[in-house]
Design a protein around this ligand. Sequence first.
Ligand SMILES: Cc1ncc(COP(=O)(O)O)c(C=O)c1O
Length: 383
Amino acid sequence: MRKVYLDNGSTSFPKAPGTGEAMSDFMTNVGCNVSRGGYQSAYAMGEVVYETRERFAKLFNFPQPGKVVFTPGITYSLNYVIQGLLRPGDHLIISAMEHNAVSRPAYKLKEHGVEVTVCPCDKEGYLDLDAFEKAIKKNTRLAVINHASNVAGTLQDAEAIGRICMHHGVYFALDTAQSAGTVPIDFQKMHLDALCVTGHKGLLGPQGIGALMMTDAFAQELQPVILGGTGSVSHLQTMPDFLPDKFEAGTMNLPGIVGMHKALEFILEKTPEKIGAQELDRAMRFIDGLKEIPQAHVIGPQGREGRTAVVSVDFDEIDNAEMSSILDSEFGIMTRCALHCAPLAHKTLGTFPEGTVRFAFGYWTTEEEVDYALNAIRSVYAE
Ligand SMILES: Cc1ncc(COP(=O)(O)O)c(C=O)c1O
């Protein structure tokens, strides 16, 4: 049976050309650790590591490449930010579209005396900017906002949110899990204090590697959540106070960094604008095709503006989980069903607790694959 991968919201596949090969070459042929070895291959790898930081910085217009922090993924980046900054009595604002990677640490802190406001979003998932500004209080320290929804593709106006945060002196952290690589992101223009990134989705890199970029002021106030060896100032019992070492305890994920090095080269060459536009072409072809299937309802934004290529569908007459399962077993189409780790978003969109079937189109999805998926859905109803 043919296979059609439409689960790029979970992780992109295939990855950027050469990514797997570069990782395999490193694993097979290079023996070294960075900042912990005084020999040539360790120095050479140190250059690859630095170049990867530079590529992240270039992609996001982050002004200090040497201060790009590697993390094991965006869940870690977000936890470093939320748990490392907030103390009892502080106030945190999140949106009603957050992934559990944000809402779970937020709710945990709530049990320890941090105030949490979940700012409402409309039926398509767009943040209510007035309500957001009104939610800011004297003790509001941080706002963490999902840039693009992993459920409905809703894309927030990060620049407008950043302006409000800057005006009120509130730190602003952006979850770019579903936007990095497909939407232009500008650290400075969006007035970000913390940019949280994962490598394995739109950036077409491997799993297990992410990044965190911060302003100096924010990084100074942030306490590291994970402590350990850094290969620097080893005589001290405290973590280094400089970046990136302050937040990079333990051996680096070098295979992941080597993979990211390659994947970022591809993203920088193609550009997020072009990648995102192509993915949106596929998503809109799908959404337009679904208009002729009355039992299929697209959840969230219906048009091309203000969205990414993640499309959630609620099906009539058949359970969503069953539809997802039939698409896989009878047509080889891979989707994801249920809550997508984002119960808050489903509550906002009116699809809690059943969830939706998510079709997440990627850079490699062809028009023909979109038509194949539409025909498969039609056949299910024709049965
Ligand atoms: C919006 C959003 N935030 C955070 C995450 C967590 O990403 P990771 O599993 O790469 O840490 C995801 C993953 O699906 C996501 O979609």
